[in-house]
Design a protein around this ligand. Structure first.
Ligand code: FES
Length: 246
């Protein structure tokens, strides 16, 4: 039997106090991942337990939570069956809890929407054109960026985001901003960079690197943001040079 201490909270009930509740599971009758344990608890022990999940294979990003002190996607985080010590499961840090392991993602999604995460073009399509091509080299630049599933693990692990969640866009959103800035098919690069200045949107990244340590998909937001900051500085210098010439 393995013990799981799970954070339980219901902010809608004023009498409810947040607490950890212990559940015991026979690991010989449970699947290999933490999400399997949560589903087993909900199905067989306590149907009131709330958590998000959908794909069960690490591509929807909905089962992000803190497991034994680190952020993970529960569906691809294996339970160490040799380790009989208890495991502790909590919601993502520094996010408002709606219930138990379910956090409010609306602010995160609004910030993501603000960077206009889609291809933007100025050149009209030629007749019959259905696709925008790019070279294999340009396409390769997007590797390590497009795989982000927007689980917000990096976002809620970032100390800069803890301090200024209203203004700072955070590593997940900025990495997606970078993904569109360097996409050779996109024709709004300067406008995208311009929007990232001021109000601490990009400037609050101090390259702490917690984002890359925690990413459950093995991506490197810190490096992407480092490059994005360089691109932003280059853009600003270019703009200043243009103004001086005028
Ligand atoms: S359930 Fe989709 S990422 Fe875990």
């Amino acid at each position: 039997m393995k013990r799981f201490d799970i954070y339980r909270a219901n902010p809608n009930d004023p009498a409810d106090r947040p607490k950890y509740v212990s559940y015991y599971i026979d690991m010989n009758k449970c699947g290999p991942m933490f999400l399997d344990a949560l589903i087993k608890i909900k199905d067989e022990i306590d149907p009131t337990l709330s958590f998000r999940r959908s794909c069960r294979e690490g591509i929807c990003g909905s089962c992000a939570m803190n497991i034994d002190g680190r952020h993970h996607l529960a569906c691809i985080c294996p339970i160490n069956k040799e380790n009989t010590e208890k495991s502790q499961i909590s919601p993502l840090m520094f996010m408002f809890v709606l219930k138990d392991l379910v956090v409010d993602m609306s602010h995160f999604y609004a910030q993501y929407k603000s960077i206009e995460p889609y291809l933007k073009r100025k050149t009209p399509k030629t007749e019959g054109q259905r696709e925008y091509y790019q070279s294999e080299e340009d396409r390769k630049l997007l590797d390590g960026l497009y795989e982000c599933v927007l689980c917000a693990c990096c976002q809620s692990t970032c100390p800069s985001y803890w301090w200024h969640p209203q203004d700072y866009l955070g590593p997940a959103v900025l990495m997606q901003a970078y993904r569109w800035v360097i996409d050779s098919r996109d024709e709004y690069t300067d406008e995208r960079l311009e929007k990232l200045g001021g109000d601490m949107k990009l400037g609050e990244c101090y390259q702490i690197g917690m984002c890359s340590l925690t990413c459950p998909k093995g991506l490197d937001p810190r490096r992407a943001l480092e490059h994005l900051k360089h691109l932003y500085v280059e853009y600003k210098h270019r703009k200043e040079a243009e103004l001086t010439t005028i």
